[in-house]
Write a protein that binds this ligand. Sequence first.
Ligand code: FES
Length: 172
Amino acid sequence: METQNVEPSAPPPVAPEDVLPADWTDRLDRILDAFRGRPGSLIPVMQEAQRAMGYLPLAVQEYLADGLNINASEVYGVATFYAFFRLKPVGRHVCKVCLGTACYVKGGEKIYQQLQKDLGVKHGETTVDRRFTLEGVRCVGACGLAPVVIIDEEVHREVDVMGMREILGRYA
Ligand code: FES
């Protein structure tokens, strides 16, 4: 599969631990308003908030709980139950290394280990410069292309350690 050029983008913002800046609360208010009164809106609201902020720090969870008139522990329970919710800030690019069986036997694990060394992070962590967040993931359904690494929405097929370094360089 051919890869494409990647547009550089600013890193997502990071919220302070306890106080949310006004532009964050404005965005969260708009999301809450859009879902107000709709039953079963907790997960959609959280998904929208994560899309807007990049992740769901505790202060955001508490703000959403207030806005939805529910207990903050309910939001926290959902945020920690579903793997797709992020509690820590993400980098400009999310690099997912497939560790499903087909990718694993074709070198996915080796690539994953090397990326951890090269980037200086472990699973789910973000590099100091906030350029990459690294994740090891289950089969992404492209076993015929193994080993597979997905960066943002872009699928990189039949990658190896050296090729991976070259690929990461494109995301500078
Ligand atoms: S095991 Fe990697 S795509 Fe299926």
